[in-house]
Design a protein around this ligand. Structure first.
Ligand code: C5P
Length: 249
């Protein structure tokens, strides 16, 4: 590994560029580029703007978490992961752990394929259970038990298939760290600064926590979208989160 993700507290902050146009996303990303470790391009922006979004946003400096959450048959997912890994600037790529062992293994092989020996490669993450889902929601889709039990099982499955880490809520981070070890990456969305920690009207995240709680629970990266995107002063909001990360480390 040539990359040191931990160099500065800002490197733990991933800002989700959940915008519907590349122009808007670029303008916003430019205003924050010196304050964040990575930008996350998810299905909304990637569907609207395609690989140009990765190219133009990665040119600003921070790495890219390409959050497309693939969930398909192994051959199709392997091809999709290969395409992601070939895009310059992509540091994190993800699939759904619920795709199962064969799909996870195919993705893990694809993430290294085509990368020259000795060169750094993107890391592969598995989404465990969406942080928008609570116990009732996961029961409705036929998954029993509390989210934490399911998330830890999925994290172990992903690790044994060769995946580098998981996307999970802060509430499960400690148990994942214990089960999967220090080197397994934990990326936590659903992060809400203290004044916004209780789900407000219109917020779909069910399993939320503050930046301090996320770091203390062992998260390597915090994904933050709306608390920065919708802030009156997004730079100040990002800066406050980086300061909170720094004092929690
Ligand atoms: O606006 P907010 O801070 O809730 O944004 C969280 C981001 O993280 C969104 O882009 C969402 O798609 C993403 N995400 C998530 N839960 C996961 C994986 C990714 O909320 N399990």
């Amino acid at each position: 590994m040539t990359e040191n993700f931990d160099a500065h507290p800002r490197s733990s902050l991933i800002v989700a560029l959940d915008f519907d146009s590349l122009n808007t996303a670029l303008k916003f990303a430019k205003s924050l580029a010196d304050l964040v470790g990575m930008f996350k391009i998810g299905s909304q922006l990637f569907t609207a703007a395609g690989p140009a979004a990765v190219k133009e946003i990665s040119a600003l400096g921070p790495g890219i978490f390409l959050d497309l959450k693939f969930h398909d048959i192994p051959n199709t997912v392997a091809g999709a992961v290969l395409s992601c890994a070939a895009m310059s600037g992509v540091q994190l790529v993800n699939v759904h752990a619920l795709g199962g062992t064969a799909m996870l293994q195919a993705a893990a092989q694809a993430i290294s394929a085509g990368i020259p020996m000795g060169a750094d490669r993107p890391r592969l993450l598995a989404v465990t259970v969406l942080t928008s889902m609570d116990q009732k929601a996961i029961r409705e889709v036929g998954i029993g038990g509390p989210p934490k039990t399911r998330v830890v099982k999925l994290a172990k499955l992903a690790k044994s298939a060769g995946v580098d880490g998981v996307v999970a809520s802060v509430q499960e981070a400690r148990a994942i760290r214990k089960a999967c070890g220090r080197d397994f990456l934990i990326v936590t969305p659903g992060v809400r600064p203290k004044d916004k920690a209780s789900p407000s009207n219109g917020d779909d995240q069910a399993r939320t926590a503050t930046p301090t709680e996320a770091i203390k629970a062992g998260a390597d990266f915090l994904v933050v979208g709306r608390p920065i995107l919708a802030a009156a002063d997004p730079r100040a909001a990002a800066q406050a989160i980086v300061e909170e990360i720094a004092s929690a480390k």
